[in-house]
Design a protein around this ligand. Sequence first.
Ligand code: ADP
Ligand code: MG
Length: 696
Amino acid sequence: MFNVPAIFGSMVFNDHVMKERLPKDTYKALKKTIEERKYLDETLADVVAGAMKDWAIEKGATHFTHWFQPMTGITAEKHDSFISPVGDGTIIMEFSGKELIKGEPDASSFPSGGLRATFEARGYTAWDPTSYAFIKEKTLCIPTAFCSYSGEALDKKTPLLRSIDAISTQAVRILRLFGNTEVVRVNTTVGPEQEYFLVDKALHDKREDLVYCGRTLFGAKPPKGQELEDHYFGAIKPRITAYMQELNEELWKLGVLSKTEHNEVAPAQHELAPIFTNTNTGTDHNQLVMEMMKKVAMRHGLVCLLHEKPFAGVNGSGKHNNWSMSTDAGANLLEPGDSPLENAQFLLFLVAVIKAVDKYQDLLRVSVASAGNDHRLGANEAPPAIVSVFLGEELTGIIEAIENGTAYNKKDRERMTIGVDVLPPFPKDTTDRNRTSPFAFTGNKFEFRMVGSSFSIADPNMILNTIVADVLSEFADKLEKSKDFTADLNAIIKKTIQEHKRIIFNGNNYSEDWVKEAESRGLLNMKSTVDALPCLISEKNVKLFDKFGVLTPVEVHSRYDIMLENYCKVLSIEALTMVDIAKKQILPAAVEYMNDLSKTAAQKKSTFPSITCKLEEQLLTKISALSGLLYQKTETLESDLLKCKTFGDTKGEAEFYRDVIFVDMQELRAVADEMEALVGKKYWPFPTYGELLFNV
Ligand code: ADP
Ligand code: MG
């Protein structure tokens, strides 16, 4: 038995450690820098670095790294050891303030979307003191932002930090209007529920598609899938329990508030949810969660699949991004209050989010767009590609009463005046009743459910923060000039509901009817990544990012380029893998089986000329026809892949991948899956769905 409180955060240079190890003045100055969100000056940094190094060495660290989040969506690190020669053949362990606050990784191989010409390949990393340093595998990791020398953001953290500042400024303006003079900062909070699959490593390694693409490109449906729903919240098997225990231990050491774990709907699928924290730390922690999930799996002979759709026909994996706003005193701004004033404030923040989601449906859709997530959004288990807000019946009733100027409850004779009356009590929807909504209000937070399981949550949260900041700033502009606050507040809330209620939908988001209704409401339905991405660079959105200093127009365009390119690359790798598997594994297996079948038939005939060989004949006919078709589909895919190189522009290329290559791939797969059902088990060249899904 280990002592959880004792190991929790034991590998983190957190506030507790800083207080203990830094001289009082340094500690105070560092805290001030963190609170004011400034970068550290070098003299102060020297002292902090010294204390950090001593602490890290005591914990067994030998190296340090600037830990950053390039636009690949995962983290990057280059390790330097602390050693420094003293000239007599010995070394001392050194770590300077300069090394702490700034690094210069040779960054030419990270995606920059054309931001950095290769002759100016340098980028630099700068310590983000708002996220604690930590030790991972004998290396002191310093969370950093990553920029080019001309100052453009080359990572996902920098714009996230900027968006956190933007929403803080605007939310504080609103709070001042409600008479709050104390709050200095408003933070957004996040608790991402992470879904993942675990498969046996030995089986995994026999499948090229899983090894190269993280998802299966072939595979017939097993006799049993998830239809009995016996896996969801089911008893956790010993091998998985051991895995989860070790994962928790690793995460707790890193200060990650890993809290809940359970089996998910699909066989071999599981979920981990942390206790929420501020968005910057929450984003860093989610990266650590994903990394540790993979690493710990290896130690248990397992592989953790974070792909959005590892298996066709069973549920895919997402990441429910629970999001709210909280003052520096810890008050949740999306929590209904008890007094008329608190209620009014709650309603204003609530309608701000509703308006933001409606006005920027396109950006939210872009924030979750990827080749992997295309398999999920709009398929039967995930939210559709249409963005809408779930409020629950009770809150919707209140909103409608405000809109129509009617009483919410028949017993109330008077209609409600916001800022004067209290809200009628309404039960919080903590039951998660509507699991189909892409953006659900769950009592005191919103749950953005479209995020893919492999995503960094930096982008979705950067976008959420920015779009809500935009609406809050618009409200503040109006209300700061107001002569009659209560009247104007009522008017703003009412008008916002009237203009944006089309985004509210409490019904079944998976139904065909909703698709039609959403269309009649004028809501966007962008089915694929390639449809959605151009929205990122629309005039409205480029202006938004610029206005709040979150991304410059150049930075927005570079991100757009990277996302488009990434889509093409993923599809290209998948298509090439399919060709390889079809030609080198599936066809030879089919030929071998056919060979044995014909030999058997010939033998039977020569031994007993009167015997029937109908079975062999029928199987041979079917498999032979399918093999021919498979070969033909492979040839088509191969020759279409050659055409991809002829496009001058990435957008045209991406469209070709979506319209032609993706279709080729599906057709090829359909033939192979049909063959799998006919070819003998010992001939089939890789583990089946049944083996992969039920063997852990
Ligand atoms: P509950 O908090 O009632 O258990 P859930 O199980 O749906 O509700 O919570 C799911 C996730 O939502 C958890 O990761 C939790 O930490 C997170 N969460 C709860 N409150 C907030 C909040 N105010 N801001 C962000 N995330 C939150
Ligand atoms: Mg939830």
